[in-house]
Design a protein around this ligand. Structure first.
Ligand SMILES: [Cu+2]
Length: 310
């Protein structure tokens, strides 16, 4: 293309009636030095209905895509929910029984009983045992949620602003870009849930450990993605860490979860988890460099120019 322009400009130089822009066209190719190989960003991933987002009428937790998420959902669905159901039904039946069995018409002379050692021991010990049974998996889950990231984790800095998110990839040399909510017509056009879909997503690799460093720039926000079991406060002047590995590629939506001002409800989060190779392609499309094992595999990759993905 550069040669075409030069060839076209050459005869024009002798021609007095040459269009005014000809000299500019002739010099432009010279100004652009060696051709730069451009890596295209992978196409914007389509979300799957009901995955990584709430479902209408849903009463339980969203389907989980991290190991901590699976433990948490198991604790909620298989332990807490059955226990509170049994206890609530038991107390309700006990109250109904007492109301019917000891009603005034059936008991004109009320009992004067005020003490029963056996019952008192039972109603103290049984709740203690129930709490102990809950505590064991619960403490394990708590520890899991704050486990430090493995050494090879990809670090991404997340900053909460009034009222949008900023994402920076220090490991890949990608400077911060911001993520704003999509207007309703644009979200619908993309086939994405309005109020959950932002323009720029937080792109992460699936199957590789990730470490988010979360902070706030103005007030306290909270970075929360329910289907990845992620919720961490973004506090000005403090760096909070959250580490996880996303099991499957996909789009996972979340929202700011700390009341942060007028547009708190309009600063959604979308994590696009790409297969590792596609993530590396995305990094290069943004002008970033690969890190660790990913860099060795594609060491001969051509340099690229930055291209923002919308
Ligand atoms: Cu908020």
């Amino acid at each position: 293309m550069a040669q075409d322009n030069v060839a076209a400009a050459a005869p024009a130089a002798d021609n007095a009636a040459a269009p005014a822009e000809s000299p500019a066209n002739a010099t432009a190719p010279a100004a652009e030095a060696a051709p730069v190989a451009k890596v295209a960003a992978p196409p914007r991933m389509k979300p799957t209905e009901g995955i990584g987002m709430p479902k209408p009428g849903e009463i339980t937790l969203q389907e989980q895509f991290t190991s901590t998420g699976h433990t948490a959902r198991w604790l909620h669905d298989k332990m807490l929910l059955p226990l509170i159901t049994i206890i609530s039904v038991f107390v309700l039946l006990l109250m109904l029984y007492v109301m019917v069995r000891y009603r005034r018409s059936a008991n004109p002379v009320p009992s004067k009983t005020s003490h029963n050692t056996v019952i008192e021991v039972v109603w103290t010990l049984v709740p203690v045992l129930i709490l102990l049974v809950i505590a064991i998996p619960s403490i394990g889950l708590l520890a899991d949620q704050y486990k430090p990231a493995p050494k090879d984790a990809l670090t991404v800095k997340v900053t909460g602003y009034q009222w949008y998110w900023g994402y920076e990839y220090p490991d890949n040399g990608i400077p911060e870009f911001v993520s704003n909510m999509l207007p309703e017509d644009k979200a619908k056009e993309n086939g994405e849930p309005y109020l959950l879909a932002p323009d720029n997503r937080l792109v992460l690799p699936a199957g590789r450990p990730v470490k988010l460093i979360i902070t706030g720039a103005d007030v306290i926000h909270s970075f929360a993605v329910p289907s990845l079991w992620v919720k961490m406060d973004a506090v000005p002047g403090r760096l909070n860490e959250k580490s996880f590995t996303i099991e499957k590629p996909g789009v996972y939506y979340g929202q700011c979860s700390e009341l942060c001002g007028a547009r708190h409800g309009f600063m959604p989060i979308a994590i696009e988890a790409l297969p590792p190779a596609q993530f590396d392609q995305w990094v290069r499309s943004q002008g970033g460099t690969l890190k660790g094992a990913a860099a060795e595999k594609t060491a001969d990759a051509a340099p690229v120019t930055a291209e923002k993905k919308i």
